[in-house]
Each structure stands twice: as structure tokens, then as C-alpha cells.
Write a protein that binds this ligand. Sequence first.
Ligand code: HEC
Ligand code: HEC
Ligand code: HEC
Ligand code: HEC
Ligand code: HEC
Ligand code: HEC
Ligand code: HEC
Ligand code: HEC
Ligand code: HEC
Ligand code: HEC
Length: 333
Amino acid sequence: MNNIRKALGVLALLFGAASTAPALAAPNNLPELGAGPAAKAAIAQDKLRKDAVCTRCHDETEQAPILSLYQTKHGVRGDARTPSCQSCHGESDAHVKAPSGGGTGGKRPPPDVQFKKGGAYPVSHDKARGQTCLTCHDGGNRTHWDGAQHDRSGVACNDCHQVHKPKDRMLAKATQPEVCYTCHKKQRAETHRVSTHPIDAGKVTCSDCHNPHGSTGEKLVKKNNVNETCFSCHAEKRGPFLWQHTSANDDCMNCHTPHGSTVSPLLKARGPWLCQQCHGEVAQHPGAIYSGASIPGGPQGAQPPSQIAFRGCVNCHNAIHGSNHPAGRSFLR
Ligand code: HEC
Ligand code: HEC
Ligand code: HEC
Ligand code: HEC
Ligand code: HEC
Ligand code: HEC
Ligand code: HEC
Ligand code: HEC
Ligand code: HEC
Ligand code: HEC
């Protein structure tokens, strides 16, 4: 008994400390735990006691597996940071105490927070669901959650995460895209094109480039901008180059598309059209045959001429991202 009280003291201390800690500095709001074996045992006991408020009714006889929560990080015993049922679902006093069928309309009143859609009770508002999780998981990767694309579109934590399942599909590289595709069908189609990032192969996953919780970059890219995100794997494209191709420094998306393309490698358009978005007339192009009429024996008024000659701009301008050659001004080497 004494031990439990001691452990509760530790608990209060730990969570007290957590609430004053700056959210940005810690990876999570969660405090570190350095308790000895006795304290751990007491904490485990205490958690089971708390859970029993709910598990005396919600046990292994449930249709959906509830107790498999104990196989996840939320079920680690002897860790003071581990939530009880009530940390997530709320105290739920009315739900616990009402005699069966004693609530309004003959139904047991709902728990404070109902996460499941289409369950026994109407699902709680996405903000209420999110805030419950954020009491422990604010800050860190979720620093920019508030007002970010998913938050403002009514997507809550458990629309992506499955906390009662032994394996949360969101957290494994191979299974994650399938969960994202349930809402992002266009991206699934894109990854089936000729040229793609190896997402289907399980080598690259959505969260390698995106932080779905929120970000300082556009389109939820992981880093501050698209280029920084790409450089985390394609460092050689960062330079610095003696001769920079201005457009490449500016935004990789000027020429590439991230998820998939019919033009390899991940290009937005075929050459020369890709280049001609910006380079309309190339004045003084060496030996340029830039007018259909000027092509010897060419069809009269052939249009557009660059489909015939100089088609593959990168055949010559092959250092397209930038060059370190003293004579590399035109990215020919
Ligand atoms: C980390 C937060 C968290 C904890 C701890 C937690 N739950 Fe849940 N619970 C959820 C979420 C989220 C869902 C919704 C599941 C889904 O969306 O599939 C849920 C769903 C449920 C359901 C509905 C059944 C279903 O089909 O999903 C019941 C019943 C339930 N929880 C009871 C409990 C009990 C009892 C405990 C303690 C042993 C507990 N929960 C602990 C977050 C939690
Ligand atoms: C006295 C038994 C009892 C206790 C104690 C109890 N529940 Fe329930 N709970 C039920 C019943 C029965 C239902 C199904 C509601 C219905 O069909 O009317 C339910 C439904 C739920 C649901 C919705 C399930 C779904 O499929 O949508 C959640 C979530 C839930 N309880 C969580 C809890 C939590 C958390 C606790 C502890 C704080 C708790 N319950 C304590 C009996 C209990
Ligand atoms: C009372 C505190 C608490 C609450 C509330 C809570 N969690 Fe956690 N969560 C934890 C702890 C502790 C861990 C384990 C952290 C670790 O091991 O570093 C964790 C881990 C996780 C992980 C990582 C799991 C893994 O296998 O790596 C996810 C995802 C997560 N929580 C989601 C949620 C969601 C979603 C909710 C709301 C439904 C929620 N948590 C509510 C305490 C909490
Ligand atoms: C759009 C889907 C999505 C939503 C919504 C979402 N997550 Fe995540 N979450 C992920 C993905 C993907 C990962 C794996 C990230 C990685 O591997 O870098 C993750 C990882 C985590 C982790 C473990 C790693 C870490 O960052 O500490 C926790 C904890 C977590 N999420 C909590 C939450 C909470 C709390 C919310 C709601 C406020 C939430 N998530 C909402 C997709 C989501
Ligand atoms: C439950 C549905 C749902 C799931 C699951 C989901 N998203 Fe979203 N996502 C949305 C909604 C809704 C929006 C906001 C509307 C929009 O821009 O399409 C959004 C927006 C985005 C955006 C920003 C788009 C923009 O134009 O700014 C990105 C990037 C994104 N999601 C990536 C992901 C990734 C990666 C995953 C999986 C880790 C994921 N989403 C899972 C529903 C979802
Ligand atoms: C190699 C990095 C990378 C990977 C992997 C990646 N994305 Fe993206 N994603 C981006 C970039 C960069 C943008 C912004 C594109 C732009 O601005 O034109 C983007 C944009 C988006 C958008 C906004 C709409 C759009 O198409 O512009 C959504 C939604 C999205 N990604 C979802 C996903 C999902 C789901 C996955 C996993 C299947 C995924 N992304 C994998 C880099 C990536
Ligand atoms: C997580 C690491 C990672 C990130 C981040 C990343 N890539 Fe990649 N990229 C890869 C891998 C792995 C390949 C496949 C390499 C191979 O097959 O040899 C690849 C291949 C490519 C290819 C060649 C595709 C082909 O068909 O041969 C291009 C172009 C490319 N990436 C552009 C980008 C751009 C643009 C970004 C930023 C939006 C980006 N990458 C971000 C890992 C990454
Ligand atoms: C001006 C258009 C353009 C811009 C901007 C651009 N690329 Fe490329 N990129 C290309 C072309 C064209 C190819 C194909 C080169 C070839 O076939 O020799 C290519 C090929 C690639 C490849 C695969 C072959 C290789 O060289 O490794 C990667 C990876 C790549 N680009 C990454 C990037 C990244 C990262 C950025 C942003 C820093 C970027 N690109 C910006 C036009 C561009
Ligand atoms: C988004 C616009 C854009 C695209 C697309 C683009 N470029 Fe450029 N390119 C520029 C800009 C801006 C400069 C710098 C012009 C200057 O300094 O006068 C430049 C410079 C060049 C130069 C050096 C010019 C010089 O003054 O020596 C060459 C060569 C070149 N680009 C070739 C290409 C090729 C080949 C492609 C297609 C693979 C391409 N560019 C695609 C914007 C673009
Ligand atoms: C047969 C090889 C070859 C092909 C194909 C080619 N170029 Fe060039 N390009 C050159 C050479 C050589 C120069 C001149 C380099 C110098 O003066 O240093 C040049 C110069 C340029 C310049 C700089 C012109 C200036 O005003 O200084 C641009 C821009 C350019 N090319 C764009 C393109 C585009 C766009 C395409 C495709 C439509 C293309 N090139 C196809 C060889 C080629």
C-alpha cells in the first residue's frame, strides 16, 4: 500500500514536471522514467487497478480485441507514463455507474470520449479525440499539428492510428501507404506509373517525405521546403555548384513530380517541352535548326521544329542540375 502511495507521488511529480516543460524541447510531453523495480511493480499494480474500473465489463469477451492494448506501447506495465483506459476515454463516471439500460432512452450513457466511428455511441468530435492524445503527445513531431491540413480537415489521430491493435499499420513502412490511400486515391494511382519512387517496393514510404502531423513546409513536406526534403536522400543534388541551374535550386518540382510519372525519371513532361516551359527561344543555339522551314528537305512549315531537332536537350546538357566544370556554364559537362 505504502509503495503504491509512493508510486503515485512519483506519478504526480512526473506529470507535474511534464506540464511545465517547454513543448518544443522534448520529443513528446512524456517525462522520462527512472524508477526502480519496486516502484515499477507498484505502478503496474496501480494501472491494473485503474483499468479494472473498465475491464470488469470490457474484457476478452468483447467482439473487437480490447485487451490487445496490453501488447502495445500503451500497455507497458511498470512505466508511469502508460495511460489507463480513462486517460484516453475519460473518467466516464456516468457510463461506469449507470445500471445496465439505466441511461436516457434505456441506453447506458456514453463514455466521455468515444473514438470509434459507427460504434455503440456517436463518435466524439475530432478535436475532443485529438486533445486527449495530445495531453501526452503534444510537441515534438506534433508541434505544428494545430491548424495543419489534417487537423483543419477534421482528421483525428485515430483516423490514422490503431491503438488497440497489436500492430499499428501506420508505423510500419510497408503497410503505411495503404492507410494513406484510403483517403488519398490519386497518389495511389500515381505510384503505379512507369517512373516512381520505390513506394510499392517498400523502400520509400510517405512519411519519408511528409510529416502528416503538420509541418513548416508546404504540402506537409517533412523539411522547411521541397528541396531540403529531397536533399535528405539525394544529397549530391544540393551542390554547391560552380554553375547553378537557377531553376533546380529554386524548386525540384519545376521539372519533377514526387509520386509517379509516365516520363522517366519522374519528370513532369518530355524533353524538349520540359525545358521549353522556360526556354522558349534559345537564341544563338549552336547550329540551331529552330525553324521547320530551315531544315534541309524538311516538310514545309513543319511544327514545332524542336520535335525534330534538339529533341533530347539533356543528351547534350547532361549536367542539368548544375556543373562544377570550369567550362560548365551551359551544363554540357
Ligand atoms: C491510448 C488511448 C486509449 C487507451 C489507453 C484505451 N483506449 Fe479504448 N479506444 C481508443 C481508440 C482510439 C479507440 C477507437 C478504435 C478504432 O478506431 O478502431 C478505442 C476503442 C475502444 C472501444 C470500442 C471497441 C472497438 O471496436 O474499437 C472500447 C470498448 C474501448 N476502447 C475500451 C477501452 C478499455 C476498456 C481500455 C482500457 C483497457 C481502453 N479502451 C484503453 C483509445 C484508447
Ligand atoms: C458495468 C459495465 C461497464 C463498465 C464498468 C464500463 N462499460 Fe463501457 N460499455 C458497457 C456496455 C454494455 C457497452 C455497450 C453499450 C450499449 O450497447 O448500450 C459499453 C460501451 C463502451 C464503449 C463503446 C463501444 C463501441 O463499440 O462503440 C466504450 C468506448 C466504452 N464502453 C468504454 C468504457 C470505458 C473506458 C470504461 C471505464 C471507464 C467502461 N467502458 C466501463 C459496459 C460497461
Ligand atoms: C497518458 C499518456 C498517453 C495518452 C493519453 C496517449 N498516449 Fe500514446 N503513448 C504514450 C506512451 C507512454 C507511449 C510510449 C512512448 C515511448 O515508448 O517512447 C506512447 C506511444 C504512442 C505511439 C507510438 C507507438 C509505437 O509503437 O511506437 C503512438 C502512435 C501513440 N502513442 C498514439 C496515441 C494516440 C493516437 C493517442 C490517443 C488516442 C494516445 N497515444 C494517447 C502515452 C500516451
Ligand atoms: C494522417 C495520418 C496521421 C494522423 C492524423 C496522425 N498521425 Fe501520428 N503518425 C503517422 C505516421 C505516418 C507516423 C510514423 C511517422 C514516422 O515514421 O516518422 C506517426 C507516428 C506517430 C507517433 C510515434 C512517433 C512520434 O512521432 O513520436 C506518435 C506518438 C503519434 N504519431 C501520435 C499522433 C497523435 C497524438 C496524433 C493526433 C494529434 C496523430 N499521431 C495523428 C500518421 C498520422
Ligand atoms: C482519414 C482520411 C485521411 C488519411 C488516412 C490521410 N489523409 Fe492526408 N489529408 C486528408 C484530408 C481530408 C486532407 C485535406 C484536404 C486535401 O488537401 O486533400 C489531407 C491533406 C493531406 C496533405 C496536404 C495536401 C495539401 O494540398 O496541402 C498531405 C501531404 C497528406 N494529406 C498526406 C497524407 C499522408 C502521407 C497520409 C498517411 C500517412 C495521409 N495523408 C492520410 C485526409 C486523410
Ligand atoms: C519522395 C518524396 C515523397 C514521397 C515518398 C511521398 N510524397 Fe507526397 N508529396 C511530395 C511533394 C514534394 C509534394 C508536393 C508536390 C508539389 O508541390 O507539386 C507532395 C504532395 C502530396 C500531396 C498533395 C497533393 C499533390 O499531389 O500535390 C498528397 C496528398 C501527398 N503528397 C500524399 C502522399 C502519400 C499518401 C504518399 C505515400 C503513398 C506520399 N505522398 C509520398 C513528396 C513525396
Ligand atoms: C527517403 C529517401 C528519398 C527522398 C526523401 C527522396 N528520394 Fe528520390 N529516390 C529515392 C530512392 C530510394 C530512389 C530509387 C533509386 C534507385 O532505384 O536506384 C529515388 C529515385 C529518384 C529519382 C529517379 C527515379 C527513376 O525513375 O529513376 C528521382 C528523379 C528522384 N528520386 C527525385 C526526388 C525528388 C525530386 C525528391 C524530393 C521531392 C526525392 N527524390 C526525395 C529516395 C528518396
Ligand atoms: C530543370 C529541370 C530539373 C530540375 C529543376 C531538377 N531536375 Fe532532376 N532531373 C532532370 C532531368 C532532365 C533528369 C534526367 C537526366 C538524364 O536523363 O540524364 C533528372 C534526373 C534526376 C535524378 C535521377 C538521375 C540522377 O541524376 O541521379 C534525380 C535523383 C534527380 N533528378 C533529383 C533532382 C532533385 C533532388 C532536384 C531538386 C534539387 C532536381 N532533380 C531538380 C531535370 C531536373
Ligand atoms: C522553371 C524554368 C526552367 C526550366 C524548366 C528549365 N530551365 Fe534552364 N534555366 C532557367 C533559368 C532561370 C536559367 C538562368 C538563365 C540566365 O541566367 O539567364 C537557366 C539556364 C539554363 C542554361 C544556361 C544558360 C546560359 O546562360 O548559359 C541552360 C543550358 C539551360 N538552362 C538548359 C535547360 C534545359 C536543357 C532544360 C530542360 C531539361 C531546362 N534548362 C529547363 C530556367 C529553366
Ligand atoms: C547537340 C547538342 C545540344 C542539344 C541537343 C541542345 N543543346 Fe543547348 N547548347 C548546346 C551547346 C553546345 C550550347 C552552347 C554552349 C556554350 O556556348 O557554352 C548550348 C547552349 C544552350 C543555352 C544557352 C544559350 C545562350 O543563350 O547562352 C540554352 C538555354 C540551351 N542550350 C538550351 C537547350 C534546350 C532547351 C535544348 C532542347 C530543346 C537544347 N539546348 C538542346 C548544345 C545542345
